[in-house]
Design a protein around this ligand. Structure first.
Ligand code: AHR
Length: 304
């Protein structure tokens, strides 16, 4: 068995084919579904044998999956960590077994950067900044914002909050009056927004860390007899089809893109890492933002 690692040719099955163990976060959002499809399609086209495992948003499931990949002696492990902390022990086990690890989409919080070969994914802090900049540029006077956070402890939740707060700090009249996790799901966004509408008077803006929570918030806002996008403005992150449709319809006001199509880049990196070639420690995905007019123009071509 070629256990991977620097210099190994790859091929835990002895046929030269690379085997990748991939531990996915779950199926919590439209973004995640598109990301899973991208990884599976790209593995197929690259001729990489994919062992795919869905963690259902639970770190314990990811730890189990990674340990099972190590036991199976896969050539490379890729995973999208559900939360940032708590990975050192299992990644040390992978390192000792000579199996390189690629972080995709989400980062880990660890001082030991030798535990992974590279990290491929978005700059979530920058995404938060873009959301904040739109708000600063498109509002005047006092603005009450409610924030629907992603999964507690997840890199995109931590970073999108940070980037947004950094930019709105320039406008002390913009206040985040309530903030809570909706776990990146539509149901979570709806439930938290219902509670906000009851507990928090005068909500001007919803900042949702992803489209799905924003779409859930739209349902809650409509049920409360208000007009999403008009009575309450909505900013989200992702730009998946349903979000873009709501943006084109005027129910969302601005979307910051987060690109889920990481599959091809991931397979390229995996081949290089297994072959012992140098790869950059950080690969940042290119992303844009969308206004309603831009969403209308982009929708017909949108892949996900
Ligand atoms: O890690 C990326 C985030 O995870 C997406 O923005 C969100 O929709 C998903 O659940």
């Amino acid at each position: 068995c070629g256990g991977g690692g620097a210099g190994a040719a790859g091929g835990s099955q002895g046929d030269g084919k690379i085997t990748m163990g991939f531990s996915q976060v779950g199926a919590e959002s439209g973004w995640r579904t598109a990301n899973t499809k991208s990884v599976q399609d790209a593995a197929k086209s690259a001729g990489i044998e994919l062992q795919f495992s869905d963690a259902q948003q639970k770190q314990e499931n990811q730890l189990k999956a990674i340990r099972s990949f190590i036991q199976q002696k896969v050539d490379v492990i890729a995973f999208s960590p559900v939360v940032e902390t708590g990975w050192d022990a299992v990644l040390l086990e992978a390192k000792r077994a000579g199996i390189p690890v690629i972080l995709t989409d989400r980062a880990i919080d660890s001082d030991d950067t030798s535990l992974y070969a590279t990290f491929l994914g978005s700059d979530f802090v920058e995404e938060g900044r873009k959301a904040g900049k739109w708000l600063v540029d498109n509002t005047q006077g006092a603005v009450n914002v409610v924030e629907l956070q992603g999964t507690t402890g997840a890199a995109p939740a931590i970073d999108r909050k940070e980037g947004f707060e950094e930019v709105i700090a320039a406008r002390p009249d913009i206040k985040v009056v309530a903030t809570q996790s909706g776990d990146f799901t539509r149901a979570g966004g709806k439930q938290v927004m219902e509670a906000f509408l009851k507990s928090t008077p005068d909500i001007d803006v919803v900042y949702a860390h992803n489209d799905d929570m924003g779409l859930g918030a739209i349902e809650a806002i409509k049920a409360a007899g208000k007009k999403p996008g008009v009575d309450i403005k909505i900013i989200t992150v992702d730009a998946v089809k349903d979000g873009m449709q709501a943006l084109a319809n005027g129910e969302i006001n601005f979307i910051v893109e987060c690109n889920p199509l990481l599959g091809d880049q991931l397979m390229d990196l995996a081949k290089k890492v297994v072959a012992g070639q140098e790869v950059p420690k950080r690969v940042v995905t290119e992303e844009t933002t969308f206004t309603p007019e831009q969403a209308k123009a982009a929708l017909p071509e949108r892949q996900y």
